[in-house]
Design a protein around this ligand. Sequence first.
Ligand code: GLC
Length: 542
Amino acid sequence: MSSQPWWRTAAIYQVYIRSFADGNGDGTGDIAGLRSRLPYLAALGVDAIWINPWYRSPLNDGGYDVADYRDIDPRFGTLDEATSLIADAERHGLRVILDLVPNHTSHRHRWFEEALAAPPGSPARARYHFRRGKGRQGTAPPTDWRSVFGGPAWTPLGDGDWYLHLFDPTQPDLNWANPEVRAEIEDVIRFWLARGATGFRVDVAHSLVKDPAYPDVGDEEEALLVAHDESNHPFWDRPEIHEIAREWRAILDGHGDHTMMVAEAWVASLARLVAYLRQGEYHQAFDFAFLETEWDAAAMREVIAASLAATATVGSVPTWVLSNHDVVRHATRYGLPGDVSAKAWLLDGDGTDYDPALGLRRARAATLLMLALPGSAYLYQGEELGLAEVYDLPAAVLDDPVWIRSGHTEKGRDGCRVPLPWTVAGPSFGFGDGGAWLPQPSGWGARSVEAQRGRPGSTLEMYRQALALRTAWLRDDVDLTWEDRDAEVVAFRRASGLRCLVNFGEAGHPIPPGKVVVASGPLDGDRLPPDTAVWVTEGQRR
Ligand code: GLC
C-alpha cells in the first residue's frame, strides 16, 4: 500500500466524451460508448478518468456552455446512465472526476433566460454581470474587456444593458459576488459527490471573481493577457478566488479523504499557481509550463525542477500534462520546428515543415519522461495511440467557436477532438456504428486500438507497460535525484531505483547498467538513440 493519497501519484485519463466512443451510432460519443470501453481503460492501467462536460448543453463550446448542471445532455445519455457509469467505473478500479464549470453558464440556462425576461436592475440579472453601456445612449461596451475567443467580452441586449462573457456570447459569466451563485455551485458539487464522483476538474479556476469597479484594462493585448502577475487584474486570478476554493475544499473533505479537485488555472507564474495548492485549497493544478516547453534538455530540466521546488513549498507535488482538448496534440507539436507556433501553423495547415515521424518519436519519449516524474500525470484520449492533430479539417466542419469569433484567424481546437479509431476498418473505425461528428483521416485505422493491441513496440503497448511499471515502482515516493550526464540527456533516478533517461541530443548516449524495462523506441545496442527515452531498473521489484 502506498503512503501517498491516491491522487498524488495518479495517472488520470481524460475522456472527451463526444469523441471517445459512440454507443448508439448517431456519430456523437456517449455514456453508453464510454461504459462499453471501461475494460479498455482499466487494462490501460490508469487510476481515474476525467470526463469533459456531459451536462445538458447546446454544445456551442463542446459542453462548456452548461444549460443544466444536474442533468445529462440527451446526446450523451441520461442521468441514470451517468450514475451507473460512475458505479461501473468504480467496479473497474477507476475513479471518476467530473468537469465543474463555475465561471459561466450557457445562455440557455434557466437563470439566463430569466435574466433576459427580467428588467435591468432586477435580481434575476444580478446572477450575471449586466451593466449599462457607456456613452449617452449606452451604445458602447461597459469596459474594454476582450473575450478569450475573440471580439468584445460584452454583448448588448438592446435595453441599455450589456452582459459579460469572457468566452463565447453563449457563455454568460456568473456573478460570484452574488451569494445565490455561490450556493448554487456548492449544491452542484454536493449533487455529483452524492452520485459517486470522486472530484472535479475546475474549468477556468483562475477567473470567477471580477473587480466590482469594472475598470478598463487598457490595450487589447493586456486585456487578453492571462499572464498577468498582479493581484488586481479585473478578471484573472484575483485573490478572492482562494476563499471560494477553500469553501469547495471543505465540502469535498466532508465527503471523504479520497475526494479531490484539480484547477485549470492559466496564471502568470509558478508562484501564483502554487497559491492554489495551499493547505485547504486545491489538491492539484495543471502545470501548463511543462506542456509549453520546447524539445530541449536544459529547458525541460529547468521546468521540471522549478515545478518540483515550487509545489514542495506548499507540501504538494506537480500535476503534469502534455495534451488536452484545448491544445495541439503533443505528437504534432514535437514534429514542428522549435520556432514555429503550432497555432499559427494550424491555420496554414499545408503540412510544410511538419515531420510526423519525428513528432511521434519525441511524443513517446516525452510521455515516458512525464510518467517517470514524481507527481500526478494526465493523459488525453488518443495520445496512447500516438494520434496526431488532424490539422487539415475542412473549414466547413470546424465547430470550435474560436474559428468564427477570431474572424478565421485562429483555427480552433477541433483537430485534437476528432473521434477515436477503435478498429482497423468499419464505419468511423469502430468509434460507432455510424459516422463520426468530425471526419477522421483515412489512415486512422492503422492507428486504432485494434491495430496496436498486443503489438510489441506499439504506442498503446508502450503506454500500458509504462503505466504498469509506474504502479509497481513509482507509487510510494515523490523523490527525484538528477543524474549528471551529457548536457543533452535528461536523466534522473527515483528512490525505488528506477532511472529515466531521455536523449534530446543528436548523438547516441550509453545506457547505464541495469535492466531496460521500457523504451520509447528501438535502441542501438547499449546506446540510447536521439529522441528516445528508457527506464532502467536495478534489482527486483514486486
Ligand atoms: C476551459 C476549457 C475550454 C473551454 C473554456 C471555456 O479552458 O478547457 O475547452 O472552451 O474553458 O469554458
